[in-house]
Design a protein around this ligand. Structure first.
Ligand SMILES: Cc1cc2nc3c(=O)[nH]c(=O)nc-3n(C[C@H](O)[C@H](O)[C@H](O)COP(=O)(O)O)c2cc1C
Length: 372
């Protein structure tokens, strides 16, 4: 069989069947070179390069406050996301060691390639927090300019910074100057439909040293309403040399394909689609890029996974806080497993971890309406 790398191989690769067993692999001696070329193409196709850091596959877990803690990031990373991002951390609170703040930035070897996301308004505090996160092992520092929450915007950070690009730039410069790891930015399209300034802001951020930009395809004023507009991310992609990641409403491989096609982005970031489905980024990556497909747990295997996740949260937060934090994750797992409402309530109001673990196998048993 003849190989025509630029056409045929790419197509095979996109179908996820292109690997070491490809007929091209038997092409010796030319085949060796070809095989290396193919491997190179494959690596480039499944990688976002960020200043010497390789994000493979280009499917990322979004930062989500109260959700992407260390136990969840570890789980998602283990399934195979290219990068996991901590929940947003208030810079000043982190530096001043306010209770429960530094824990949000916690990393360990099991969390794969990890970014810590910082929020703030004061260049001094955000730079100090960035230094601290780098010292704790963050491989990238992400700056939050997308959070729409009133509490955050009221303090003039998060997406409020999109209305003050000069000040936003001062923050970016402070962080870039403070750390040696790459600094990335997460924004929305703009404050509202009349101020879609993501491309201009991102371009200035790139000039200031930002190495990757994620854009949630909504404005701040949309909060989470309507649908993310992936094509509105395209101008940002066109304007920048650094990689741009598309975010918003990406759940399935089909969503991801459409988001990439409409935006031209280098990768996708998945948030809510991973709630109760920590394998979803890996599942999307496998469909798009032919990376190893996760085994999606069902029935007893799912109950085992959820019990381990639950136990991890109790260990991380301590028993009482862990029980409370775990509830939303348990709820999402049970939503996808179509747990009957009465049993769901019983799990969520269980007085102790032992009861939760006793109920989970039944609550997560395979049912007809199992949504993977
Ligand atoms: C509960 C929740 C918490 C979030 N927390 C953060 C955050 O801390 N930092 C941030 O940049 N975005 C945060 N986001 C926004 C997500 O990162 C993401 O941009 C948004 O949910 C759209 O992606 P999705 O449709 O894949 O969820 C949060 C979203 C949700 C739903």
């Amino acid at each position: 069989m003849r190989c025509r790398p630029h056409v045929t191989l790419h197509k095979k690769y996109a179908n996820g069947v292109f690997g070491a067993n490809s007929p091209c692999g038997s092409f010796a001696p030319v085949g060796v070179t070809l095989y290396q070329l193919i491997k190179r193409i494959r690596f480039e196709q499944v990688t976002i390069h960020v200043a010497g850091i390789h994000i493979v596959p280009p499917v990322l877990l979004a930062p989500m406050a109260g959700i992407t803690d260390l136990p969840f990031r570890k789980l998602v990373a283990r399934f195979g996301a290219g990068l996991v991002v901590s929940e947003m951390i208030a810079s000043q609170e982190m530096v001043q060691a306010r209770r429960g703040t530094r824990e949000k930035a916690e990393l360990d070897g099991g969390a794969g390639l990890s970014a810590v996301q910082l929020a703030g308004r004061d260049p001094y505090w955000i730079a100090e927090a960035a230094r601290m996160a780098e010292a704790m092992g963050a491989r990238l520092i992400d700056i939050n300019m997308g959070c729409p929450a009133k509490k955050v915007v009221g303090g003039l950070s998060g997406s409020a910074l999109m209305r003050e690009p000069d000040h936003a730039l001062r923050l970016i410069e402070a962080v870039v100057g403070a750390v040696s790891v790459p600094v990335t930015l997460k924004t929305r399209l703009g404050w509202d439909a009349n101020s879609l300034n993501a491309a201009v802001l991102a371009h200035r951020a790139q000039q200031a040293g930002v190495r990757m930009v994620t854009v949630h395809g909504r404005t701040r004023c949309q909060f989470y309403k309507g649908r993310a507009d992936w094509s509105a991310i395209a101008p940002v992609v066109r304007m920048l040399d650094v990689p741009v990641v598309a975010n918003g409403d990406v759940v399935t491989p089909r969503d991801a394909r459409t988001a990439l096609a409409q935006s031209g982005a280098a990768g996708v970031m998945i948030g809510r689609g991973a709630q109760g489905r920590p394998w979803q980024p890996a599942l999307v990556a496998a469909a798009l890029y032919g990376t190893p497909a996760p085994v999606v747990p069902r029935g007893a295997a799912l109950a085992d996974l959820v019990m381990a996740h639950h136990a991890g949260m109790l260990e991380f937060y301590g028993r009482d806080l862990g029980q409370r934090v775990a509830r939303k994750h348990l709820g999402w797992y049970m939503d996808h497993a179509a747990t009957p409402p009465a049993l769901r309530r019983e799990v969520l109001t269980a007085p102790d971890p032992a009861t939760v673990h006793r109920l989970l196998p039944l609550a997560l048993a395979e049912r007809e309406r199992f949504a993977a």
